[in-house]
Design a protein around this ligand. Structure first.
Ligand code: IMP
Length: 204
């Protein structure tokens, strides 16, 4: 059975391919000949994930899924949330030029906004929208934790150096990848997706 993963990120594709095994032929956007950018303009993770999946479904009529992730910080009313990737703003006039700069600016802004706040509770949340034969199902994965005051660790990406998951002493950036993948929001959401897909009889 063929399923399109609506992503341009080869790392994500490899990760999920690994979990899915041989029952599925996972196709990338490149595999189906799609090269454009899909707009991510909605105010919630749910709407963004759905919109990305339906964008491809409507054009290719192929079963597919898309994911969207955000960091939700309690003291900031769940911001940056859906705006996590560009929290510090992308300056069209050339202020921020690379992903590294964007990430550094995002973390600086987050730490600045949390100065003096009582709660440093935060969570990562991933939402997956699966469209099969035109019908949508959603899966959610959450990891609760806290934002520390200074960066620690060099692994991972994004907000990993300042996020400590509940029950751990290490930040995501101090963990090895296998450990992060055991507990992460994304892994939890994808495991739910895989459990669902594995239970559909005529796919096996
Ligand atoms: P995406 O929806 O997976 O592209 O994630 C959106 C943004 O959330 C990323 O650009 C990162 O800033 C942040 N993010 C998502 N997942 C993680 C993670 O596992 N660690 C740290 N930051 C993450």
């Amino acid at each position: 059975m063929e399923l399109v993963f609506v992503t341009n990120n080869p790392g994500k594709l490899r990760e999920i391919n690994n979990i899915l095994g041989d029952n599925f032929r996972l196709l990338s956007l490149a595999d189906i000949g799609f090269e454009g950018e899909i707009p991510e303009i909605h105010p919630t993770l749910e709407e963004n994930a759905s919109a990305k999946a339906f964008y491809i479904y409507d054009r290719f009529l192929k079963d597919c899924f898309a994911d969207d992730t955000g960091l939700e910080v309690e003291a900031l009313n769940n911001r940056p949330g859906v705006y996590s990737a560009r929290f510090a703003g992308k300056d069209e006039t050339g202020g921020i030029t690379s992903l590294e700069e964007q990430t550094a600016a995002n973390i600086d802004k987050l730490l600045g906004m949390l100065e003096g706040k009582k709660s440093r509770k935060a969570r990562f949340r991933t939402v997956i929208s699966l469209i099969m034969r035109g019908k949508e199902l959603r899966f959610e994965g959450i990891v609760n934790g806290a934002i520390i005051t200074k960066r620690r660790g060099s692994g991972g990406f994004g907000y990993d150096p300042v996020f400590i998951p509940e029950g751990s002493e290490l930040t995501f950036a101090e963990m090895d990848l296998a450990e992060k993948n055991r507990i992460s929001h994304r892994a939890r959401a994808f495991r739910k997706l895989v459990d669902y897909l594995s239970g559909i009889p005529d796919l096996m």
